[in-house]
Design a protein around this ligand. Sequence first.
Ligand SMILES: Cc1cc2nc3c(=O)[nH]c(=O)nc-3n(C[C@H](O)[C@H](O)[C@H](O)COP(=O)(O)O)c2cc1C
Length: 465
Amino acid sequence: MKDLNSFLEELEAAFPDEIKRTDTLVAPHKYEASAVMELFERDERHPLVLFNNLVNLKQENTAFKLLFNAFSNIEKMAVALGVEQPVRKLIMEKYYQGSMNPKPVVRVNHTGAPVKELVWREQEVELGVLPIPRINEMDGGPYLTPIVVTRDGDSGRYNISWNRAMVIDRNHLGLWMSPRHLWSTFSKYEQRGEALPIALVLGHHPAFFMAGAGLTKISQDEYEVAGGVLGEGLRVVESEAFGGELLVPADAEIILEGLILPERRSVEGPFGEFTGYSGPQRISWLVEIKAVTARKGGAIISVFGAHQENLYAHMPIQADIFHDLKNIMPAVKDISWVDSGGPLNMVISMDKKTEGEPVRAAMAAMSLSNFIKHVIVVDDDIDPGNLKQVMWAWSTRVQADKDINIIKRTQGQVLDPSLSEEIAGSAMIINATVPVGQPYAMKAQPPESVINSIGKEIFDQFKKY
Ligand SMILES: Cc1cc2nc3c(=O)[nH]c(=O)nc-3n(C[C@H](O)[C@H](O)[C@H](O)COP(=O)(O)O)c2cc1C
């Protein structure tokens, strides 16, 4: 059975340097946990940090825990998905295969559900008992980065998506949702004057969260997709507030159950976003919490907003884009986006056969996602995740007057601070591939045959492990 604890044990065994625990008393709503994370980030280390000794929003000591950086690099994702080597391409492939092989949920009763150890209903609900962090200085309040579960009452389909949620008072949150599946389900309910039942999952196995990020099709039941990504059927149990109408993950750490209210909105934000900047304050949707259930000492998984983890958490979206791009342009061999540090840049490597393919591949990537503003296309001798190699190709395979295309007034990403208008901006394609069918300078290196014989024999004597 996969849960957060099984993940932490596996991470510790596979990459002991990637997990740190601290028993020092910390007040996360006073930025004290994220300040620690900031120092790790400045040191170019990205371990998962589990804060064991915390005060809650009411300044009382609490047994609940908080962790950051469960998604901060490919080592964590390899463990989450059960991939043996932390290699970007293997991780994208494993995620995609999992999401395409859904597994039915497994229903359990209350006694078999660890998340029912503690239950608070209606008037007992008090978000202040939780150690909810303020992450970055401009954030509009303490923030959660949960997976939001909904069930479309008409189709019976479950949707899970990753959304930021700001604490407003003891039983209200401001929830931001861009116009995707969660938004469209709620809009349908709102038009009928109905509230939408939801559950906010604050902690679970990271593979469950990854399934919430992916760009699944509206026809897919996302609980079943989560089972595919987890590698086992998701265990679910009836919710307190909605019974069998909304099943919730039995092995979660903490769950908030509530309603997105129709015809109600709330000020929400600013919030440190994946771009590395503080995203603007918005008029967002209002959630009323009806019940809270938790494990004793359950942990909140918080994304370290505006930092490396925030970008890497989008790896499932990268996997979906990679797959769609390969379908359009089979010559595409690999892509790198979130793991190259540039939130709006993508590198595509391809086995180009004819001129013009790199520009088509870049345009396809841009059409698949408005996250992609600049695309560098390289040949498949370049690892797109290795920025030194990418810069070398850019330096030695590009003539700016013919290899750079500027596209004007295309739809941009609303969180891009460089946009001077609300949404339309410019995009750029850099074709850093060598010309087809023309002589080109030879890459200088010793002959491959000698590298693979005597070179390798002597080199292997000095293996690292
Ligand atoms: C860490 C993280 C935070 C996110 N926060 C939000 C958010 O606050 N609002 C939003 O609309 N999408 C957010 N997203 C993107 C959605 O979770 C993602 O697009 C998802 O596929 C949407 O699911 P849906 O199409 O089923 O609604 C976030 C993604 C990640 C990885």
